[in-house]
Design a protein around this ligand. Structure first.
Ligand SMILES: Cc1cc2nc3c(=O)[nH]c(=O)nc-3n(C[C@H](O)[C@H](O)[C@H](O)COP(=O)(O)O)c2cc1C
Length: 380
């Protein structure tokens, strides 16, 4: 299967996945305006074409989160990868490791962090929500530590879930078991059904010792979501610190004041994110807010996600102050469409686009792009 870009992957994912899962990946909050803005607002910036620079073939290696990686992006946390493709978390993590980039496992995953570490050794990271059930949160962090994880992402923009109308219509969160109507809808995608049957009934492995969460993945998903602590505050970072001695990245900030607050709290880095437009519909795109956050947050490392579909999008974010980019839907579509091979294909496509863009701008490497961003990227 030829996946030249994220649009190819999205179309192929739509063909293969039951609608309830495609819509869960593709959909966003309410009118989905923020999700559209995330992609559209990259057009507010232009790359600077330069010729006859004699620059060598660009080198894409770069440092973020304290380590040097092969590419300036990583695979961010996306829930339930194992529902889009059998053993999806492991397949995605293997693709990341092969490309020399980190993979961050969502705490809402089919595979446990232990399985990912065992079957896909690489730079694996773990994402956590603050749960009302603090003991379960501590258990997840302990499992991550045992699996050799050094960096966690604490997601803070999801204490209350946005209204995702496609999910409401499809019953994504309200269904807790396989109803006849859902079974009939799933059966329309036999390729997906066979893949799931081959890999056994999907269950959230991290909840294997917690029967109180139910015995179907739908019940587990609903029960986990209902335990996200809606009263999350900055004070909760103290709890995380007590339970996590490693690097702490706070994910889901969108304004300069919050970034300053995170810097004061001494976190390792933040992810500028609006959760791919899945939370506050009407919020700014992340690329729109990156320059002001970069100006305000001296010394704080900035990662970014939401809406990244093309290599040029990544180039723009690096020039505007980000040290690295997290992919979300871009790789989730590819995984659904073509498994780990699909993720490899999308990583390669983005890599080629970044390489060509840098070459056509006469930029030799990512550190130069980041240090001299205004030379390479300009307002439209
Ligand atoms: C299907 C799906 C599930 C997600 N699950 C999680 C999650 O479990 N934890 C988390 O921190 N972010 C989650 N996110 C948000 C992503 O980490 C990321 O912020 C977002 O996808 C970026 O937007 P993009 O998909 O437009 O690139 C999810 C996103 C999608 C699309």
């Amino acid at each position: 299967m030829l996946l030249l870009n994220t649009e190819d992957a999205r179309a192929a994912a739509q063909r293969r996945l039951p609608r309830i899962f495609f819509d869960y990946i593709d959909g966003a909050a309410s009118t989905e305006a923020t999700a559209r803005a995330n992609e559209a607002d990259f057009a507010r910036w232009r790359l600077e074409q330069r010729v006859m620079t004699g620059a060598p073939k660009p080198n894409l290696a770069t440092t973020f989160l304290g380590e040097t990686h092969g590419l300036p992006f990583m695979l961010g946390p996306v829930g339930f990868l194992g529902l889009y493709r059998g053993n999806g978390e492991v397949q995605a993590a293997r693709a990341a490791a092969a490309a020399g980039v980190p993979f961050c496992l969502s705490s809402f995953s089919i595979a446990s962090i232990n399985r990912v570490a065992r079957e896909a050794p690489g730079r694996n990271m773990f994402q956590l929500y603050v749960l009302t059930d603090r003991a379960l949160g501590a258990e997840m962090l302990a499992a991550a530590r045992q699996a050799g994880v050094e960096t966690i992402f604490l997601t803070v923009d999801c204490a209350i879930t946005g209204i995702r109308e496609r999910d409401v219509r499809n019953g994504f969160r309200s269904l807790t078991s396989l109803t006849p109507s859902l079974l009939a809808r799933l059966a329309r995608k036999p390729g997906w059904c066979l893949d799931m049957l081959r890999h056994g009934k999907p269950r959230v492995e991290a909840l294997a010792t917690h029967p109180e969460f139910g015995n179907s993945v739908l019940a587990q998903a609903a029960a986990l979501s209902s335990r996200i602590d809606q009263s999350l505050s900055w004070d909760d970072l103290a709890w995380v610190r007590e339970n996590w001695p490693g690097k702490l990245v706070v994910k889901g900030l969108l304004c300069a004041d919050d970034a300053r607050r995170a810097a004061d709290a001494g976190v390792s880095a933040i992810v500028i994110s609006n959760h791919g437009g899945r939370q506050l519909d009407g919020a700014s795109s992340t690329i729109d807010r990156l320059p002001e956050i970069a100006a305000a947050a001296h010394g704080l490392e900035l990662l970014i996600d939401s809406g990244f579909r093309r290599g040029a999008d990544i180039v723009k974010a690096l020039a505007l102050g980000a040290s690295g980019v997290l992919l979300g839907r871009a790789y989730a579509y590819a995984l659904a469409a073509n498994g780990g091979t699909g993720v490899n294909q999308i990583i390669s496509a983005l890599k080629a686009e970044i390489e060509i863009a840098l070459a056509l701008m006469g930029c030799p490497d990512i550190p130069t792009l980041r240090a001299d961003g205004a030379r390479y990227v300009r307002p439209a």
